[in-house]
Design a protein around this ligand. Structure first.
Ligand code: KDG
Length: 315
């Protein structure tokens, strides 16, 4: 069965048990986060072979993250432990809106993290090279190149044709890219982000993005306009609150969002992305890929965090 490698930072999420300013929050729920790690776990849970190439600190958080991958059947052999740099984390600040819903603000504590030291060498450790040689697909996002210049250099290599390098990566593999626009990681570098992330979108084989992220970064969230801007990727998926539109070459499919009682929105976008990839690898029809994506997203939305102890509890 095909192997998917997910390349990016695993994080610890600390989510307060009560809403309100952080200065008033005494207790926090700890879980696994990181878009690419969520995708790996959702893939493995859906029966697709998945591995993560990444770095964690030599600390309790890093050991927890690695153990979570292993507990969910994700290959963690290419997750390097950095003896010096810490595992990155984010803290969520919850605000109760007047209508009773909860809004969350993310505070990142990840500069100088172990994963910020991801680099082209990270793709060439014996473990990573072994996995890349076996990979059908490498999945990454717009978050990874924001981490550092070296992480970006590694990501650039995944998107460049093997012939263009004197030290090519093992392959061939297809590349999957989920835009995951995080303005907080690109402050003051928005133009650079726009150029770089559009370039990744143009070069990937499978591209996924939310309409809101595309609108904010590229000026449009309209699926047909985005398809006109990015005709090259075989698959392009644009998600909206009310449903998703997917393209496979000239084919177009649309599926309304599944109506489900929402218990937890955390990680639903990543579960959706994983479901679509699993569908593509299983060679389902385009409508079938969207159905699988919605199925995994719905499972994430309707499962409480405690049931999965963070497995899908991200965003
Ligand atoms: O997609 C969920 C991510 O936003 C979350 O896991 C945190 O990876 C993360 C990030 O860098 O924002």
């Amino acid at each position: 069965t095909p192997l998917v490698i997910c390349f990016g930072e695993g994080l610890i999420a600390l989510v307060p048990t009560t809403a309100g300013p952080l200065e008033n929050c005494r207790s926090f729920h700890r879980s696994l986060a990181g878009a690419e790690w969520n995708v790996a776990i959702a893939l493995a849970s859906a029966g697709t072979r998945a591995a993560v190439v990444s770095r964690v600190g030599d600390d309790g958080f890093g050991r927890f993250l690695r153990a979570e991958l292993e507990a969910h059947g994700v290959d963690a052999s290419a997750v390097v432990t950095d003896p010096d740099a810490p595992t990155g984390l984010y803290v969520k600040e919850l605000e109760a809106r007047p209508d009773g819903s909860i809004d969350g603000l993310m505070h990142y504590y990840r500069r100088g993290s172990a994963a910020a030291a991801l680099s082209p060498e990270s793709l060439r450790t014996p473990e990573a090279a072994h996995l890349l040689a076996d990979a059908a697909l490498v999945h990454t996002t717009g978050i990874t190149p924001a981490l550092s210049a070296t992480a970006r250099a590694a990501q650039d290599e995944l998107f460049s044709s093997p012939g263009s390098s004197s030290d090519p990566l093992p392959g061939p593999f297809r590349v999957s890219f989920d835009l995951n626009w995080r303005p907080a990681l690109w402050r003051g570098r928005e133009e650079e982000a726009r150029t770089l992330l559009s370039d990744y979108m143009a070069r990937a084989d499978i591209v996924q993005c939310s309409a809101a992220d595309a609108e904010d970064l590229l000026g449009t969230g309209d699926p047909d306009r985005l398809r006109a801007m990015f005709p090259a990727p075989r698959h392009l998926v644009v998600t909206r609150a009310d449903g998703a539109v997917a393209f496979d070459g000239d084919e177009r499919a649309e599926a309304p969002a599944v109506d489900a009682p929402v218990v937890e929105t955390i990680g639903a976008g990543d579960a959706f992305a994983a479901g679509f990839l699993a569908g593509v690898l299983a060679e389902l029809s385009l409508a079938g890929c969207l159905a699988r994506a919605h199925r995994l997203a719905t499972r994430a939305l309707t499962t409480t965090r405690d049931h999965v102890d963070g497995a899908l509890s991200v965003r």
